[in-house]
Ligand binder design. Structure first.
Ligand code: C5P
Length: 222
């Protein structure tokens, strides 16, 4: 039958991955966390001493790299050359370097190719920065999730504290602002709301409310 494509884009920490994963589970679609793919190649570059400003080196590294997003019971796991890096790709060193890696056109081309391959075979919910604009511009549903930077920083801060991690709210806020700036101002497929995307401001919404709003939009489409 007809495959469905749902694109969820937006700035850092707007709740894209949590929401996208739940929507995918409820609809039995495949969830693709494209940020995890950029984070994985960033981790591999850092481990191998590959300079993240060197496009050619990153590109050849990526050619030799397997990145798999798998569903394990209720969790989403990320495998980098068969190693589980689900936790490690969220580390601050990866977070601080990922936008530099993701700005290279030839890195993006390869990632987009891999992402599009999945969407040709499965109904998908994909989240990222350029999903509605470049990866699946033909998506039936495009959502652009935003929230105030204070709220996004607060959510991340509370998440860290709940995990028992040290956390500095002001630092988180600065990191989020910088990453949004780099992602929005890069030349290659920057973070941008697609003209036909529906913008949802989640600042005062719960996860459940955001999920429900998206499901309503999907049902209206059907
Ligand atoms: O979504 P997440 O915060 O994990 O994404 C990490 C980084 O990967 C982003 O800040 C951005 O630089 C890059 N990214 C991208 N395009 C995507 C998804 C992520 O450039 N589709």
């Amino acid at each position: 039958g007809n495959l469905m494509k749902i694109a969820i884009d937006g700035p850092a920490g707007a709740g894209k991955s949590t929401v996208a994963k739940r929507v995918a589970d409820l609809l039995s679609y495949v969830y693709i966390d494209t940020g995890a793919m950029y984070r994985s190649i960033t981790l591999k570059a850092l481990r191998n001493g590959v300079d993240v400003t060197q496009e050619d080196e990153l590109q050849s590294l990526l050619q030799m790299t397997k990145i798999d997003l798998e569903k394990k019971s209720d969790c989403q796991i990320v495998l980098l050359d068969d190693e589980d890096v689900t936790e490690e790709i969220r580390s601050s060193i990866v977070t601080r370097n990922v936008s530099e890696v993701a700005k290279h056109v030839n890195v993006r081309k390869e990632m987009v190719k891999r992402q599009q391959e999945v969407s040709r075979e499965h109904s998908v919910v994909m989240d990222g920065r350029d999903i509605g604009t470049h990866v699946i511009p033909d998506a039936q549903i495009k959502i652009f999730l935003i929230a105030s930077v204070d709220e996004r920083a607060k959510r991340r801060h509370e998440e860290n504290l709940n995990k028992g991690m040290a956390s500095d709210l002001e630092q988180i806020k600065k990191d989020i602002e910088l990453r949004d700036l780099l992602d929005s101002e890069r030349e290659a497929s920057p973070l941008k709301k697609a003209d036909d995307a529906i913008e949802l401001d989640t600042t005062t919404m719960s996860i459940e409310e955001v999920v429900e709003s998206i499901l309503t939009i999907v049902r209206e489409y059907e």
